[in-house]
Design a protein around this ligand. Structure first.
Ligand code: ADP
Ligand code: MG
Length: 212
């Protein structure tokens, strides 16, 4: 169990996350096929391959630097709306960690709050619009509520909140992205971006609880 990943552990956590997203390519594309154009898995895979290449070539001094580099790698490799938005999750989120050498539970809350704020500003979506915000915003709320707990416990609550938010997105009618044109036909399917958020936060949880 790790209670506050340092820069090197933060990089390892991000590398595990990248591998989980890459392994989920088909699942993510299928989710996007149900609601959009089916390219979400490919875009995320491309972004996470760029993240891996970038992290392999650097010696980060902080978790903030790891997340910032990851966000920039995603923005410059993925393109499109989701490249900018997922890049923003990490890039804007990293700014919440300024001055913190490690990632403790309070830092996780600051990271997720800054990430949600950044995505809201950039994309304009709110809870209920059937986007990644439906997984990310409840995760940030759970992080704030568990900021005084050990990181492993906090991340269990955070991952569960994102999963619940992703599941709740099934019942929603999309107001953004390509799914918007489907209207009521999108009911029943979870949002692909919310699924990516859940995979990312579950990887964080697993890294912290399984790594020695
Ligand atoms: P594209 O829509 O360009 O095909 P992707 O398929 O990679 O891009 O990503 C689609 C995901 O992007 C959606 O499932 C949704 O979660 C997210 N998304 C789209 N528009 C917005 C927005 N305005 N705010 C937040 N998330 C958004
Ligand atoms: Mg798409």
């Amino acid at each position: 169990m790790i209670n506050a990943p340092d820069a090197r552990q933060g990089r390892d956590m991000m590398l595990l996350t990248a591998d989980r997203i890459i392994a989920a390519e088909e699942m993510l594309s299928q989710a996007d096929r149900d609601l959009g154009d089916g390219d979400h898995g490919l875009g995320m895979k491309r972004g996470m391959e760029a993240v891996k290449a970038k992290l392999a070539a650097m010696e980060p001094a902080s978790v903030e630097e790891v997340f910032s580099a990851a966000g920039m790698a995603m923005m410059s490799s993925m393109g499109g709306a989701s490249g900018a938005l997922f890049g923003t999750v990490f890039r804007a989120g990293s700014k919440g960690l300024t001055g913190r050498p490690t990632l403790d539970s309070e830092g996780m809350a600051l990271f997720l709050e800054a990430a949600v704020e950044g995505v809201r500003k950039r994309g304009g979506a709110e809870i209920g619009d059937k986007t990644m915000v439906d997984a990310l915003a409840p995760a940030a709320t759970a992080a704030r509520e568990s900021a005084a707990l050990p990181l492993g416990e906090a991340l269990s609550a955070i991952a569960a909140a994102s999963e619940a938010g992703k599941e709740a997105s099934r019942a929603m009618v999309a107001k953004f992205g390509r799914a918007k044109t489907l209207g009521e036909a999108c009911i029943g399917f979870p949002d692909a971006g919310a699924l990516s958020v859940t995979i990312i936060l579950t990887a964080f949880r697993d890294y912290v609880s399984e790594a020695s």
